[in-house]
Design a binder for this molecule. Structure first.
Ligand SMILES: [Zn+2]
Length: 426
């Protein structure tokens, strides 16, 4: 226990360091108000340390800031949120690409590459990411997050899920495709039965998982009537154990679920969000709307991988792309909470991270709604409302600038020109 004198010294130090924090006035030609979904003209954002102090019209701004950044020729927005990334993955469109990473790259090597992914995300204007599993790189996402938070490497705010969970035989690398005599590395934590499932959740949380990710389905197919289906990965007991242990530890559950069976199982296990849902049917849309479950559709990757996967004999992504637009429109009209997420890392980090916006707008969202999916909706998903996804007093100073007006042309978000995270310019 510190004595009284030490405590006083610490308090004085904190007070002095707060006092010493510099203020920056950012002059914004256009400022996107994420809550209202409109552009405000000629605003000044005052940042102190890593927090936004005030937002006011330039005409009434009187404060003397320590420095000024002139973004009067830009549209300024809150830092974007990508709710589905893989910093530890460098594209796995083909089976070989995935296997090469797990077989030829050590986890330290993959973590070095992840540092590059994190920097790319930041430069892309995605100042917060929910990274949905390491694909065989164990708990290295927790290390990347720590290194960012300790200012060792630049990167976005990270919410991590560590290893993710699936059952035996339902994830790569598959013994069927390799020499079965080898002890193959696995892209996932494998469980069998409720006790092992519970243990995996405990282990992942102990290592720093913010979210627990499960894969509730696999083996997708199109029935003769055109409906999509898949095979279930978990028993009811396993799902119940995972859910109980996750929420009992005040963590959150998320599921990779693509078609009816997997989505129904995921929702009954109490997931906060459904990832992909490419083959979602009307029943699932109604269920998500009723239960207020978020849908993170990861659209671009489905389109991006449909051709190369078709060449390998997998036709499902092509089929999904034929109906994705209509599914998206139905979900939007039904009031499903659609959150922006890309699955980048599944496709190359050198590809655009803001590409999903284009599809969302093409399929019925207004440009403002599309940006809101990557700002206020992302913040709600992460329980960070008022802290991220908005440019307003008391929020973190995560702010980006683009040339032109993204409400007029959403593609502009693929060319972020200026990024501030936590009050620091990158
Ligand atoms: Zn993913």
């Amino acid at each position: 226990m510190p004595n009284k004198l030490t405590a006083t010294v610490i308090c004085c130090f904190i007070a002095l360091s707060l006092f010493a924090q510099k203020t920056i006035a950012i002059k914004c030609g256009n400022l996107f108000d994420a809550k209202a979904g409109v552009i405000l003209k000629d605003q000044v954002v005052l940042v102190k340390g890593n927090i936004i102090q005030s937002v006011s019209p330039a005409s009434s701004f009187k404060e003397k800031a320590d420095s000024t950044i002139d973004l009067s020729g830009y549209t300024v927005l809150p830092g974007l949120i990508d709710a589905h990334t893989h910093v530890l993955l460098q594209q796995d469109i083909t089976t070989k690409e995935y296997a090469d990473q797990l077989l030829q790259e050590s986890i330290p090597y993959r973590t070095l590459r992840a540092a590059r992914s994190a920097l790319i995300s930041l430069k892309n204007g995605f100042t917060t990411i929910r990274d949905l599993e390491t694909e065989g790189a164990m708990y290295a996402d927790v290390d990347v997050k720590k290194a960012i938070n300790r200012n060792i490497i630049p990167g976005p705010r990270m919410f991590v899920s560590t290893r993710a969970i699936n059952t035996v035989g339902h994830y790569a690398l598959s013994p069927e495709e390799f020499n079965w005599e080898l002890d193959l590395p696995q892209g996932i934590q494998i469980v069998n039965g409720a006790d092992e499932a519970r243990r995996a959740v405990r282990e992942q949380i102990a290592h720093g998982a913010d979210w627990i990710k499960i894969y509730t389905d696999r083996g997708y197919y199109k029935a003769p009537d055109g409906s999509y289906h898949g095979l279930k990965n978990f028993t009811k007991d396993e799902l119940a154990a995972i859910s109980d242990e996750t929420y009992g530890s005040r963590k959150k559950l998320v599921a990779h679920a693509v078609t009816h069976e997997g989505i129904q199982d995921a929702v009954s296990a109490g997931v906060i969000s459904i990832e992909h849902g490419f083959g979602m049917d009307d029943d699932c849309i109604a269920l998500l709307a009723k239960k207020h479950v978020y849908w993170c559709p990861t659209i671009y990757i489905c389109d991006y991988m449909s051709e190369p996967r078709a060449k390998e004999g997998g036709m499902m992504d092509k089929y999904f792309m034929q109906t994705f637009g209509a599914t998206f429109k139905k979900a939007l009209d039904a009031g499903v909470k659609i959150v922006y997420g890309t699955d980048i890392g599944g496709y190359s980090w050198d590809e655009p991270q803001a590409k999903d916006f284009e599809y969302m707008v093409k399929w019925g969202m207004t440009t403002a709604q599309a940006i809101q999916s990557a700002t206020i909706t992302g913040a709600q998903l992460l329980d960070m409302e008022g802290k991220i996804g908005v440019v307003q007093p008391n929020a973190f100073a995560d702010i980006i600038g683009v040339k032109g007006d993204p409400l007029q042309d959403i593609k502009i978000l693929q060319h972020v020109q200026w990024v501030m995270k936590d009050g620091k310019v990158y």
